[in-house]
Write a protein that binds this ligand. Structure first.
Ligand code: NAI
Length: 276
């Protein structure tokens, strides 16, 4: 139920490809909470995706930008502040892509050109966004920037290959830029570490169904759905979380602090045929 948590706030939401995207749900929830925003995605993804539908629903302008291009990000931030009539209160980075995962390369055979693209698209793009925002002085005091991460930044999940390193870098950028922008502008920067979620990016990972089921069985609350992740983003954009910054915030139904669960024990017992 909307509470006008973002009334009067303006921002940029990246990464809404289709209705399954986490960013899609963030846009719908932010709109319901009274925010106005610009939607952005890579030009190619926009042609293939359904973003126009979302823009109509939310009354949002679309500004295409490849997040690896500083020039395109400069255009994005200047068009957004012009269109929205002033500085921004929130930015969502919801961008991830690994050519190595797309080509199904295992961890021992990663292509290093692809690896660099993974880091550029999925992590450095976050630094580029923040640096452009800083140079253009595009963020309001007490603004909030959020990027989406995954627990593979802290734990080994081999099938997540080079995205593992990309997420570790993303979280590190959030801490460093959080320190810088906190001091300069009272702007907060955080990452949300989300449960496995059935989206285009998620489904591309080898063995995703097993990842998903295992995490769901391990987490006392079950996997956090995309809608709940969007609620968490809204809370971080709102004034209710003004002193939360430089954090990697687990949004995973309790997965990250669970050792083992009864459901997983049962699954293993049944599989090994040792159940009574
Ligand atoms: P998605 O596939 O709907 O979104 C990924 C977005 O990245 C797409 O909209 C895509 O067009 C965009 N993108 C790719 N390259 C780009 C570029 N060069 N410039 C601009 N945009 C570009 O999938 P999802 O799951 O909503 O992903 C959003 C974020 O959530 C990603 O950072 C992902 O790693 C993260 N995440 C996803 C989880 C999952 O299981 N689906 C779990 C934890 C984090």
């Amino acid at each position: 139920m909307p509470n006008n948590l973002l009334a009067g706030k303006v921002g940029i939401i990246s990464g809404a490809l289709d209705h399954k995207s986490i960013a899609w749900k963030v846009a719908q929830k932010a709109h319901a909470e009274g925010a106005r925003f610009v939607l952005t995605n890579a030009p190619l993804a926009m042609r293939m995706g359904e973003i126009k539908q979302l823009a109509e629903e939310c009354g949002a302008l679309i500004v295409p930008a490849d997040a690896t291009s500083v020039e395109e990000l400069e255009n994005l931030f200047s068009q957004a502040t012009e269109h929205l009539g002033g500085k921004l209160d929130f930015v969502l980075h919801s961008i991830g892509m690994s050519p190595n995962i797309r080509k199904k390369k295992h961890y021992g055979e990663l292509d290093y050109k692809f690896f660099q693209q993974t880091l550029d698209v999925s992590a450095l793009s976050f630094h580029k966004m923040l640096a452009v925002a800083e140079r253009q002085d595009a963020l309001n005091e007490w603004g909030s920037v959020v990027a989406l991460s995954y627990i593979a930044a802290q734990r080994a999940f081999l099938d997540y290959t080079d995205m593992t390193q990309a997420k570790a870098m993303l979280e590190s950028i959030a801490r460093s830029y959080g320190q810088r922008l906190g001091k300069l502008k009272k702007v907060r920067v955080n990452t949300i570490s989300q449960s496995p979620t059935r989206t285009t990016a998620g489904n591309g990972i080898g063995g995703f169904d097993a990842f998903f089921e295992f995490a769901d069985k391990m987490s006392p609350l079950g996997n956090a759905p995309a809608e709940a992740c969007a609620d968490y983003c809204v809370s971080l954009f709102s004034d209710l979380t003004r002193y939360v910054t430089m954090q990697n915030l687990m949004h995973d139904g309790g997965f990250s602090t669970t050792g083992i669960s009864a459901e997983v024990v049962e699954m293993i017992t049944q599989a090994s045929g040792s159940g009574e």
